[in-house]
Design a protein around this ligand. Sequence first.
Ligand SMILES: Nc1nc2c(ncn2[C@@H]2O[C@H](COP(=O)(O)OP(=O)(O)OP(=O)(O)O)[C@@H](O)[C@H]2O)c(=O)[nH]1
Ligand SMILES: [Mg+2]
Length: 407
Amino acid sequence: MQKSYSRLLGIVGKPNTGKSTFFSASTLVLVEIASYPFTTIKPNRGIGYVRTPCVHEEFNVKDNPVNSLCLEGVRLIPVEFIDCAGLVPNAWQGRGLGNQFLDEIRKADALIHIIDASGGTDSEGRLCRIGEHDPLGDVKFLEYEITMWMANILKRDWPKIARTVESESRDLYSMLEERLSGLAIKRGHIFEAVRRAGLKADKPTAWSEDDYLKFVDTLRQIAKPMLIVANKIDIPTAEENLERLKKLNYLVVPCCSEAELALRRAAEKQLIDYRPGDCNFKITKPEKLTESQTRALETIREKILLKFGSTGVQDAVNMAFSKLLNMITVYPVEDLEHLADHNGRVLPDAYLVPYGTTARQLAYIIHTELGESFIYAVEARERKRVGEDHILKDRDVISIVSAKKRA
Ligand SMILES: Nc1nc2c(ncn2[C@@H]2O[C@H](COP(=O)(O)OP(=O)(O)OP(=O)(O)O)[C@@H](O)[C@H]2O)c(=O)[nH]1
Ligand SMILES: [Mg+2]
């Protein structure tokens, strides 16, 4: 399986909303889960999967996955997750686990904000009467904390950067990219943030305090795109809040992390047939389940799967990749005839790449040498020869022809 994962997803939110439950359900890493705040104090890291229909059925071949898994037609591509400690108001100033928490999301490419949609935990994550807390406030709170944290990181150097841009005619984007490189923030993110905030990149000393904050807030939205998981959807008060959350400017996924965790664990023990994200499951070993386990599974089927179509965990992960990061799946192969690598393994790898990736860029992602010696590529579906600038489509199977005769 590949060692470096293309993207890191941060699982964030206030304490006690189900972040570790969501993480464990996605990765099957055993972590501490409990109904009080700050159960997690050190971040957990693990490997989960993006789910996509595998192309092997369409091409009518049997595959031998190497960098990913294929479960009966479902290709699971590994991605890395980080389960963060809970964040409380004014964390950016160091409250709670404050800056320590925030530092954990430095490397995250996208954020999954786990919300207790039932309104059963207050703004600090303490249990309260179900429905008492308004989860809409949790959205604004997290936006504010992350923006202020970023603004604070940059604040000390900002006056100097702004002056240098003007006095030495330096490029603001490059200077900021260098300063923010540890936060997985790229030049393109900065360029877009300045543009969207309607500011002038060559006159940063003229930016007001409000302009500066507007820029950082826009940069957060671009560089740390976020979706909302309306968790604990099994609790009756959650449904009304779900409808209200949907009116915000976010992708919102109804979710029951606890149900996904139960299903994944049962599937791991081969008690049920269930692939992450399935809309139903089949009990395979009824004799090994206790009466209460069977009842719990049937409740999940009836109250979650049949009602919402899935538990929501896998949908959230998939959406983070397809909608927040605009990523597609491509299958590079060496031997076009057999859709195989040089060891004869059919459709061995599935790569997640950003939409807009060209054939040559894919070659570089596979191997620098392959990128350098690229001649042309062949798209397997239509058996069409394509040039270096050809933009790849989702589920493309592509063979790269290079001067080095690799791939
Ligand atoms: N009803 C219900 N409870 C859930 C769900 N997901 C998690 N919980 C419960 O919520 C509580 C908190 O879960 P954790 O996963 O520890 O929450 P956390 O956000 O990681 O908490 P901290 O690490 O303290 O920030 C536990 O009692 C979980 O069993 C869900 O989908 N439905
Ligand atoms: Mg936790």
